[in-house]
Ligand binder design. Structure first.
Ligand code: SF4
Ligand code: SF4
Length: 300
């Protein structure tokens, strides 16, 4: 069990320029209630630390097997038997070829805050701050809220990236800690949402509605995944929904394929999407034009 006053994260990226305005530190929380077929951060899906196995680095020295106290290294295929592995990490330093890496760590919030505050001068000079990302930060609601509140008390602007799948009554007490919330819509049709994210969307849509009604500073976003999220029905339904709740803009995110290679390393059964990388630019341009016709202001 995670110690109190700590968070399970899989990375902290300093000097990030892509997760909000200015120079930012992005904290990637582990754990997500969704399983989007296009997920680009599959190392964030599981809530606990886990082992990644890089088959291309493995030279079959079997040093990992000798180091493992749980007989969790298999003789073929995926090197880690995940039903036995407890991610103790003993095999990681044993491998001379760095074929095993522990993904995720439990970090006291004090230590996370200290790391974030190292770059305070950069936030001040660039209009940046800290971004809480994942995974889904609200999956660790109390740790997320406590970290956001501490950052805010230190004068560091806080941005949250969320898939919107949370209990609103649990989230509401933390609302004032955020300078901005990036809220991702994906698929408007409930069946298709369930099929491609393995989660229902009514709660997500209701949270989008409640957040907008509360006056919270929300930026809605949508990943453009060709053949999945970019069809006329989905985009026009998204535009109608945004207008209905009083939002007027949508930020489009370009799908990229970085997540696919990570899936196998972590032993996840998610199927990679069969899609040409060249499709994405055209799909984004088409989606932007269509949304603009529906009266939605588009950012890319
Ligand atoms: S992390 Fe620990 S239990 Fe898992 S394979 Fe490595 S040594 Fe074995
Ligand atoms: S919500 Fe984000 S982190 Fe969660 S599965 Fe979807 S893309 Fe991945």
């Amino acid at each position: 069990m995670r110690p109190p006053d700590s968070a399970t994260i899989f990375d902290v990226q300093r000097f990030s320029l892509h997760d909000g305005p200015g120079i930012r530190t992005t904290v990637f929380f582990k754990g997500c209630p969704l399983r989007c077929a296009w997920c680009q951060n599959p190392e964030s899906l599981g809530p606990h630390p886990e082992m990644a196995f890089f088959a291309d680095r493995c030279r079959d020295t079997r040093a990992c097997a000798a180091a493992c106290p749980r007989d969790a290294v298999s003789a073929r295929g995926d090197r880690i038997r995940r039903d036995r592995c407890d991610a103790c990490g003993a095999c990681e330093p044993a491998c001379p070829h760095r074929a095993l890496e522990r993904v995720g760590r439990e970090v006291p919030l004090d230590a996370l805050l200290a790391e974030i505050l190292r770059d305070r001068s950069f936030y001040e000079s660039s209009g940046g701050g800290v971004t809480l990302s994942g995974g889904e930060p609200t999956f660790q609601m109390s740790a997320m809220g406590a970290l956001a509140q501490r950052c805010r008390s230190e004068g560091v602007p806080v941005l949250l990236q969320t898939c919107g799948a949370f209990r609103f009554d649990a989230f509401a007490p933390h609302l004032r800690s955020f300078d901005r919330i990036f809220f991702d819509l994906k698929l408007m049709d409930p069946e298709r949402h369930r099929r491609f994210t393995r989660a229902d969307n009514p709660v997500i849509l209701e949270n989008a509605r409640l957040l907008t009604a509360s006056g919270a500073p929300v930026t809605f976003r949508m990943p453009i995944v060709p053949g999945i999220t970019d069809d006329l029905d989905n985009l026009s339904a998204a535009a109608a929904f945004l207008r209905e709740i009083g939002a007027s803009s949508l930020h489009l995110l370009r799908y990229h394929r970085m997540g696919e290679a990570k899936l196998a390393r972590l032993g996840y059964p998610l199927a990679p999407l069969a899609m040409g990388a060249g499709d994405v630019g055209r799909a984004v341009a088409r989606a932007a034009a269509l949304l603009a016709e529906c009266g939605i202001e588009v950012a890319v």
